[in-house]
Ligand binder design. Structure first.
Ligand SMILES: Cc1cc2nc3c(=O)[nH]c(=O)nc-3n(C[C@H](O)[C@H](O)[C@H](O)COP(=O)(O)OP(=O)(O)OC[C@H]3O[C@@H](n4cnc5c(N)ncnc54)[C@H](O)[C@@H]3O)c2cc1C
Length: 508
């Protein structure tokens, strides 16, 4: 035996799982195909002196226990403030801070009826989220467990409604005016067309730890997202984990129905007591395992997991901050959070019509942040770094490829934003558009799906990714799952890695 545990993939969850396993005394090896670890949580110097979080750019869900266990604050984890942001509307109005008085601010004034409706809607979502907070640091509950827990309470009604109602219909039931419906138009829009309201329950990862009341850190990590996996890798290294980069794992080795190691693309085989996959479920089961090792019906269901809703990212060095014509408040406010465009109900519907037709969306949601505004370490003086997250996008185009439309898509996006901030086009010194295809090719994300499988309400908790795979164990002995496709899901939380390691330790 060459190792106790092999972790395939050095994303932040693979690193987290490795750190816990090594702290428990196991001999752990990580094999990562890229020249660096971090997966979709990385900082890259795209142009000399300009640093970008090329995938995830902010954090909100790293569990405080993981921060303590891996001593991330002691290792230098520092957050830069990030505030609420603004939503721009095509007619020159916006949804801004509720205390900012302006005729353009659609949050001001709300009527008494609107305020009460918004309060009840918020309460519904909070009640749903509260149900799931205690299940973060453990394998997901079954639906029966949850039903039994909330039986006879108001939360039972909320749960059943969330399981059977789509977000639009929930909004229509709670929110009496078009103004309020539009205010919430973007909810779930990155996940799919009008997702199930259960999607909101994923918000449980953002909640303070129950025992201590400590909240997960929120905002931009100083030096970009890559700071987080760098510190987790340091903790893993101290515990004895060996990290091997530039090592593409080609297949899992299977003997007598048990996974007994890996084969690297150069042909080298490495054996271990357990293999832990940090890859998404489709990659894990459809690429790393030869078909004869998996039940055909299970393969078909894995194939059906929702990954086709993707996104893209526009990263740019800009010489001036975007000057939004409509904004009439504190001049710094648009850069302290994200300024969002393309997020009315009509625009989102049109973007999903484009997605369903396999076309790049003509007016996507564009969420524009300027991380260098609060973290000057990312840029050279006189410039800013623009980080724009754009969704939804079809993973595959019905005609041509993302490489073929890259320039056209970038041009259209620049026009869309310049319509709101006329100085934007001229302010761009360099830019890079990262398409769904780039996310697949460079980051190894099937279909460029940023959460490995979508955060659709159907794919959470007992169903993440499927009931028989939800407890971090594969149907083949020796194979475990620790990536974002596991409970509680994607985003940079470290929780799937933490939970997988604890389940593995129970079995060994
Ligand atoms: C564009 C984008 C924007 C995002 N924005 C945010 C955000 O702002 N905030 C947030 O919290 N989250 C965000 N996310 C989501 C978040 O980054 C991911 O959900 C999370 O990083 C997944 O972590 P992971 O460790 O589970 O997997 P990954 O980060 O996907 O790591 C998997 C690793 O496996 C490696 N690998 C793949 N195949 C092989 C192989 N054959 N052999 C060896 N290694 C292999 C990959 O290179 C990668 O390093 C974003 C993601 C993207 C892509």
């Amino acid at each position: 035996m060459d190792a106790d545990a092999i972790i395939v993939g050095g994303g932040h969850n693979g690193l987290t799982a490795a750190a816990y396993l090594a702290k428990a005394g196991l001999d752990v090896h990580i094999f990562e195909r890229r020249p660096f670890v971090g997966g979709a949580a990385v900082t890259q110097e795209l142009w000399p002196g300009f640093h970008f979080s090329t995938c995830a750019h902010m954090t909100h869900g790293i569990h405080p226990k993981i921060i303590r266990d891996l001593r991330l604050y002691e290792r230098g984890l520092e957050m830069c403030t990030r505030l609420g942001g603004i939503r721009m509307c095509p007619d020159g109005t916006y949804y801004g801070p509720s205390d900012h008085a302006s005729p353009r601010n659609r949050m001001q004034p709300l009527t008494e009826e609107e305020r009460e409706a918004a309060r009840k809607y918020g309460e519904f979502k909070r009640t749903l989220i509260d149900i799931f907070v205690p299940y973060r640091l453990q394998p997901p509950p079954t639906l029966d467990d949850v039903r039994a827990k909330v039986a006879g309470t108001l939360a039972a009604e909320v749960l059943e409604r969330a399981l059977t109602t789509r977000i639009r219909e929930l909004q229509d039931a709670f929110l009496p005016t078009d103004n309020l419906k539009e205010r919430h138009a973007g909810e779930g829009a990155a996940v799919g067309r009008n997702p199930l309201a259960m999607h909101f329950a994923y918000g449980s990862i953002n909640r303070p730890e129950e025992e201590t009341g400590e909240a997960p850190p929120y905002g931009y990590p100083r030096n970009g997202m890559g700071a987080i996996p760098r510190m987790i890798a340091e903790a893993a290294g101290e515990a004895g984990v060996k990290i091997h980069v530039n090592q593409d794992v080609e297949q899992f080795l299977v003997e007598d129905g048990k996974v007994i190691g890996i084969r690297l693309s150069g042909g080298t085989e490495v054996r271990s007591r357990v293999v832990v996959s940090n890859l998404d479920p489709k990659r894990t089961f459809l690429k790393m395992l030869a078909p004869e090792h998996l039940d055909e019906r299970l393969r078909a269901r894995i194939q059906g997991l929702i990954t086709h809703v993707s996104c893209y990212k526009f990263l740019a060095v800009i010489t001036e901050l975007p000057q939004y014509t409509a904004w009439d408040g504190d001049p710094d406010w648009p850069y302290m959070g994200s300024t969002v465009m393309g997020m009315t109900r009509a625009e989102i519907d049109a973007a999903y019509d484009d997605l369903d037709a396999g076309r790049p969306p003509r007016t996507p949601v564009a969420s524009f942040s300027v991380p260098s505004f609060v973290d000057p370490s990312l840029t050279r003086s006189g410039y800013h770094t623009a980080s724009i997250w754009i969704f939804p996008a079809p993973a595959k185009l019905s005609e041509g490829t993302w490489d073929g439309v890259r320039e056209q898509v970038a041009e259209r996006l620049i026009d869309q934003i310049t319509g709101y901030a006329p100085n934007f086009r001229a302010s761009i010194r360099d830019y890079k558009l990262r398409t769904p295809l780039d996310l697949e090719r460079e980051n190894g994300l099937t279909d460029g799906c940023i959460w490995h499988i979508q955060h659709a309400g159907e794919h959470l908790f007992w169903n993440r990714p499927l009931p028989e795979l939800a407890a971090y164990r594969a149907p083949l002995k020796g194979l475990y799952l620790c990536g974002a496709g596991q409970h509680p899901g994607g985003e940079v939380s470290g929780i799937p890695g933490h939970n997988a390691a604890h389940e593995i330790l129970k079995d060994l």
